[in-house]
Every structure is written in structure tokens, then in C-alpha cells.
Design a protein around this ligand. Structure first.
Ligand code: SF4
Length: 510
């Protein structure tokens, strides 16, 4: 059980709203009140590129810099990439983004599942179906028994190993609750349908509200993976329009300094994200680069992941339909490529909010993680006969890609992409600063390739349909041949683990 004696308790939503933010933990990371998201600089950069086309020589220099150093670009360099409209030059950028992704993460896509724990919230975000006062939502917080039922489906029937657990901001889903749910997820083991081997969740990433340092330390003590907090929009004025001042989330500085507190608390895998469609995408991407650079400046660690959610229809709000900043699929694809070149080492997540066509299209645009067989209704996995079933009143927004994991794994394999269920990194201490250098030099990719093969083998034996298994096995043969050529001295050791996995041993990794 997590030791929660050091964290503050709140009697109700009003008490929480009044006392939750710790001003000293903001001020520390905004010295002299200067914010690392430099609004004036961003506006001046955007004014400087508006309507102007890119100099191809400069664009190629920036591509080369990104590829050779794997370091985060200056915002001004990112802006040059934003000017590219020529399809041939953009294709050069896309190809470079794909090469960087392969250098850092190899030809794998990491698979995860979202699991929503609650939809109670003390905030009033105008675009969100979970906001306080939206009577169209059916409110619910999972009990630990209900959570076990969800895990039985997510891990036991679908075969996920990696979760992103999602929580509304509310005293009933406090840090104590989050810690208990993480422990419950890790403890649950169930037999796999094909092999009977015991399976379960091995990494719990969390998407929640910003927390104080003491609370983050509690989550670290129970083995949190990545802590994800989406900024929604970095544009302060727009942020204030979307998030009422009476709400906790209305405090822009509390939210933007959250990852600085994470690093201080030792939670050094952090996941940034913007809700694309609320504001000019160029503003958001430039601010994201500034955010990454500020974390690097303070801690020498940048974001573990970037997420790219787009504004989607939600219950009881017209904002997602009426925003003037909605982006089309072409722009979405551009954003991904520019993000990959701008923060070359980071993981990039594209979720099932996207349509199947959009996700298929951007697979070679630098992305590294996706979810499928996803259900984002509260208790949706165990209540519904199929994961694809959706109910607007029980979820934050509607999903676009409801393909099953079996279908997706098979599709990825036909494109030469191995699905990785690996969760070894954080369990081997390869997080935060320890992993930054390994990512930039491509060393982490070698571990990843081997662990991807081992976990893919597990999933094929435990869950796959015959058709998927056949295609998957052909891919594994190719991957093993690649490992033999690439790491000849290590190959025998790899094969020992691989053969043990084929015999039914589980959770072997490097
Ligand atoms: S976006 Fe998050 S914080 Fe805002 S209302 Fe929805 S659940 Fe609450």
C-alpha cells in the first residue's frame, strides 16, 4: 500500500478548488515571473513566416541538423519547416522524419490501451463532455472490483501490457485513489485465452491533472510509468477563454509547470500534448518546442512522449464543431513530421481518436505509439460485448478508429512494422536522463528491437487469430535474421530467451 501520509486531503470539490494549487511550486520554475512559453517571441516568429515560402537550402540544413544531432531544434528552425508547402520538399522532410524514427525506435510501434477510471471533474473546460455541470454525462468512478473486471478484458482478453490510465480532476480520484488503482492494475494476473499463460498489465502510464511534488512522489513509489498532462492550448489568452478562472485548471502556470515538478519528484518520463484545433497549430508546436527546451535546460531531460489529440465532438458542447482552428488531415500529417524533426528523440503517440485512414497514412511520419481495441467509456471494456461499442454520455469524446488489436497487428505486419508490447525500459531503470542519450544515439533501439520480438511472440501465442499469427511469425523470422546480422555476438543469448518464450515463459526482457 502506498504511504499517503505526506499528501494533503480535501473535504469536497469547493475545498479542493480553493486550496489545491501550491504557488511556491509554480514560482520556483518561473524565475522573475518569466514564462518559458514566450508569447511575444512566438507571435513574432509566426508574423515573420506568414505567407512566405521556405528556402530549400535552409530547410535541408535543418533536416540534416535534426538527423545528425537528434537534439531539439530552436523554435526559429521549427518555423522554417512550417513554411514548406512544396510537396517534393515536404516529402524530403517526411522521409527524414521516418529515418529518425527508425534510428531511435527501429521499425516498431508500441501498443497501449486507454483505461478511463472516472469522469467526475471539478473543472469546466468548454470543449469537454466531462466538465462539471454537464448533465448529459453519466458520472462514475470505478471501484477496485470494477477495475479488476476492466483489467480482465484489457489484459486478459485483448492482451495489452501497457495502460494509459485516465482520471478526471476531483477529490474522489485523489492521489490516494490513483495510487490504489495503479497497484490494483499491477497485481491482477489472468490466464490468456490461447495459451493459458498468466498475463497482466506491466506498465501503467497516467493521464491526470497536474499534481504537487509530494503527490508525485507517492505515484513514483507505486511504479507510475509516464505522467501525461495535456496542455490543451499554450496560448494563454485562449487558455483562459476555454478554462474558467474559478476552476483549478484555469491556472495556466500551475499546469505548465507540472513537468518541472515531476522531474523534481523523480517522475522523469513525462508526456506532453496539445489539443490540436483549439488554437493556431503553429503556435502550439512552437510552444511545445519551448516547453521541451525548458525541461532540457533545467533537468537535461526532455519529454518522453508527445501526443497529438485533435478536438473531437463531445457531449453537451459545440466548441469542437465551431472552433476556427480545426485542422484537416494534411495539416495533421505536417504537424507530425515537423514535430519529429523538432524533437527527434521523443516518442510520438497517435490515438484512436483519429480515423483509420488518418492513422494508416501517418505511420511513416515519425509516430511510435498507438492504441487499439480501445474503449473510453467508464467501465466500457467489461460492460459492452465489443470494445468497438461507444456511448456519448459515458465518454469524453468519440473514437474514430475502432479496429481490433488483431486487425491492427496484422495490418502493421503487412507494412513491415512489428508491434511491441515491451515495457522493459522503466523496469530496467531506462527512464528520463538515463534513456535520453541511448535514444539519441540509437542504442535504445537495439534493446527495443529484441524486446519487441519477445513480447510480440508472447502476444501471438497468447491472443492472436491464426491468420495474424501466420503473418506475425513471418515478420519475427525476418527480425531474428536482422538481430543475427546486427548483433552476432549477442544472438545466442537472444535466442535462449526467445525459445524460452516459445515454451511459455513470460516477461523475459533485456
Ligand atoms: S478536459 Fe479534463 S479537466 Fe477539463 S473538464 Fe474534461 S476531464 Fe475535466
Amino acid at each position: 500500500m502506498a504511504d499517503c501520509t505526506s499528501i494533503r486531503k480535501f473535504s469536497d470539490a469547493a475545498d479542493y478548488r480553493a486550496r489545491f494549487v501550491v504557488q511556491a511550486e509554480i514560482d520556483k520554475y518561473l524565475p522573475r515571473g518569466r514564462h518559458f512559453v514566450d508569447d511575444a517571441r512566438i507571435n513574432s516568429i509566426i508574423a515573420g513566416i506568414d505567407g512566405k515560402s521556405a528556402d530549400p537550402v535552409r530547410v535541408r540544413e535543418i533536416i540534416a541538423k535534426s538527423e545528425s544531432t537528434c537534439e531539439t531544434l530552436q523554435p526559429e528552425d521549427t518555423a522554417v519547416l512550417m513554411q514548406v508547402t512544396d510537396p517534393a520538399l515536404f516529402e524530403e522532410m517526411r522521409a527524414a522524419a521516418d529515418r529518425i524514427k527508425r534510428k531511435v525506435y527501429d521499425n516498431r510501434i508500441v501498443m497501449f490501451a486507454p483505461l478511463y477510471m472516472s469522469n467526475l471533474c471539478v473543472n469546466g473546460c468548454r470543449y469537454c463532455g466531462f466538465r462539471e455541470g454537464n448533465s448529459a454525462q453519466k458520472r462514475r468512478v470505478l471501484t477496485m472490483d470494477e477495475l479488476k473486471e476492466e483489467i480482465d478484458v484489457v489484459a486478459g482478453r485483448i492482451g495489452h501490457k501497457r495502460l494509459i490510465a485516465v482520471y478526471g480532476e476531483h477529490p474522489t480520484t485523489s492521489t490516494e485513489y490513483i495510487a490504489e488503482t495503479i497497484e490494483t492494475c499491477y497485481a491482477r494476473q489472468v490466464p490468456a485465452p490461447r495459451s493459458g499463460c498468466k498475463v497482466g498489465i506491466r506498465r501503467v502510464n497516467v493521464n491526470a491533472a497536474p499534481l504537487p511534488i509530494a503527490d508525485l512522489k507517492v505515484l513514483r513509489s507505486v511504479g507510475i510509468g509516464t505522467f501525461q498532462v495535456f496542455q490543451e492550448t499554450y496560448n494563454r489568452k485562449l487558455y483562459e477563454q476555454m478554462h474558467p478562472a474559478w476552476s483549478v485548471k484555469g491556472n495556466y502556470d500551475w499546469r505548465t509547470t507540472c513537468f518541472h515538478r515531476c522531474m523534481e519528484a523523480g517522475v522523469d518520463d513525462v508526456g506532453l500534448g496539445v489539443l490540436y484545433g483549439l488554437c493556431d497549430w503553429r503556435y502550439e508546436l512552437l510552444a511545445t518546442v519551448m516547453h521541451a527546451r525548458d525541461l532540457e535546460r533545467w533537468f537535461n531531460i526532455g519529454p518522453h512522449t508527445l501526443s497529438f489529440p485533435r478536438l473531437e465532438p463531445a457531449s453537451g458542447t459545440r466548441v469542437p464543431e465551431e472552433s476556427p482552428w480545426l485542422i484537416d488531415d494534411d495539416t495533421f500529417a505536417r504537424i507530425l513530421v515537423i514535430a519529429r524533426l523538432s524533437v527527434p528523440y521523443t516518442g510520438m503517440i497517435v490515438t484512436a481518436r483519429e480515423s483509420p485512414e488518418s492513422r494508416n497514412r501517418v505511420l511513416n511520419h515519425g509516430m511510435t505509439q498507438l492504441d487499439c481495441s480501445s474503449n473510453i467509456a467508464i467501465k466500457g471494456y467489461s460492460d459492452f460485448a465489443s470494445e468497438a461499442h461507444q456511448e456519448k454520455e459515458r465518454q469524453q469524446f468519440m473514437l474514430g478508429d475502432t479496429r481490433s488489436i488483431d486487425e491492427m497487428v496484422r495490418y502493421l505486419a503487412t507494412r513491415g512494422i512489428i508491434t511491441s508490447f515491451c515495457t522493459a525500459g522503466y523496469r530496467c531503470g531506462r527512464t528520463g536522463g538515463c534513456i535520453m542519450d541511448a535514444l539519441k544515439t540509437g542504442r535504445e533501439g537495439k534493446f527495443c528491437k529484441i524486446n519487441a520480438v519477445l513480447t510480440f511472440r508472447e502476444w501471438l501465442d497468447d491472443f492472436a487469430s491464426d491468420e495474424t499469427r501466420k503473418i506475425g511469425e513471418a515478420l519475427i523470422e525476418k527480425e531474428l535474421a536482422g538481430i543475427k546480422e546486427w548483433l552476432p555476438k549477442f544472438y545466442t543469448t537472444v535466442m535462449k530467451q526467445y525459445e524460452a518464450t516459445c515454451r511459455g515463459e513470460r516477461d523475459l526482457f533485456f
